[in-house]
Ligand binder design. Sequence first.
Ligand code: FAD
Length: 337
Amino acid sequence: IADPIETDALIVGAGPVGLFQAFQLGLLEISCHIVDALPAAGGQCVALYGGKPIYDIPGTPVTSGRDLAQSLLQQVAPFKPQFHFGEQVATLARQPDERLLLTTSAGKAFLAKTVFIAAGVGAFVPKRIAVEGIERFEGTSLFYHPDSLDRFAGQAVVVNGGDDVALETAIALTGTAAQVTLVHRRDGFQADEATVAAMRRLVAQGKLAFKVGQPGAFDGKQLQIVTPDATTLDLPLDALIACLGISPRLGPIADWGLELERKQVPVDTEKYETRERGVFAVGDINTYPGKKKLIVCGFHEATLAAWGATAIVFPGKAVPLQYTTTSTRLHELLGVR
Ligand code: FAD
């Protein structure tokens, strides 16, 4: 594990609440880093309903999950929070100097005065192929939801899955890979009609192969699939890409020694602090009497949690409430005149 990155605050999760948390901390001049298991910001709003309309964000009659994430990113930009995407926060432990040491799945470490758990319903991670021992090929010949397809140029690639991401991946690869085969458990797709039509056109043109079946065995060089009539088919390949959707896992948070009530972290409603001093929990991950899992509630929680952190980050200092409308200091921080 590398030398820890020292920070006033570490936010676990870049969903809507984690992003607004960074904004509220910024107004109070508390610097932060944000870690998310996903490759981009937005949490459930982007991962589960990016294109769908949302009607209950205050002052915004209608937006979409993706646009809300974009607006939140734009709003927080003046504070330059440092994002660490594609890694999961794995451990949290109190240090003798009271700070909190956190490590990530990518081997990074953070030493933070305060921690904001904005982990929603858990870290979004790709669903894995259910074949015993297949995990040993991850990163060499097996890839889940890869960020870029560049490395597959000129290769024989099998794409497993039947949703938009799987189909779009297979379609994109036909331009660069030597050979592309799409494998799905049935000849029917949970994807946009136009995407399915584009995929079927490529199959008719012989540019994309399509096989119905489920992965049965994998040795890094060959995928064996079991077809609906229970025969097996061997597909030689350089790379297997699986796009089987993503699902949330509470994962390591359950091991951080925090009290949990039905997979949620109890907090007070003054500072949204857990029973661990300096560890706050905001958004869908927390629970308290009257809790509602709504974005607007998470925004309120993040605001009070940021104020709660001032006592730890600026001990002995009374931090005054300032309005963004009128405070010249806040205008300076926001980069507006
Ligand atoms: P999330 O959005 O869940 O984000 C949490 C993030 O934390 C994720 O990106 C996850 O990958 C990351 N994470 C978790 N654990 C770790 C870890 N250990 N390491 C690194 N990263 C981690 N709410 C409304 O107010 N209005 C609506 O109209 C509305 N519509 C909805 C429609 C649908 C279909 C769904 C599913 C939800 C809807 N919601 C709506 C609920 C709303 O999306 C949630 O309340 C909101 O996303 C919670 O935000 P969050 O930031 O707390 O968590």
